[in-house]
Ligand binder design. Sequence first.
Ligand code: RP5
Length: 159
Amino acid sequence: MNKKQILIVMGSSSDEKFMSECAKILDSFGIGYDMVVSSAHRTPQKTREIAVKAKESGYRVIIAGAGGAAHLAGVIASETVLPVIGVPLPSSHLSGMDALLSTVQMPGGIPVATVAIGEPGAKNAGLLAVEILALTDESLHKKLLEYRHTLAMSVEKKK
Ligand code: RP5
């Protein structure tokens, strides 16, 4: 059984500069993950297989980041009932508004938890995935509370 609980999928290797923020968060919480490149448009069969096999591979949450006409998160969500978090990326001339609308506007029945555009979204996708895992992991829950405390302290120091 795969011990890596999170699967990060990116539409292109050019998305890594954004999605690395997600990986940093998972690293900081000691969560195992795999990061793969697969496109909803350029490699649709591969994307479908990844989504179909994700549960039996041991993943518990999928994070999908893509730019432009970003169907990656929605396509993956259509093939699995694992929670899917979509990260719209600003890789096009429309600065991510296209990806935001493509990712967030899912029809009723197939949810994608869509976060903010770009690096903050990638970071929050990682944190949201940790929060989902923490529902059944008390030590992870405590680490999240510590993270929030540290965050609040860093804001106070900047006053
Ligand atoms: C999307 O098109 C990818 O997710 C990426 O954000 C964008 C551009 O991809 P490249 O042309 O840089 O490979 O599918």
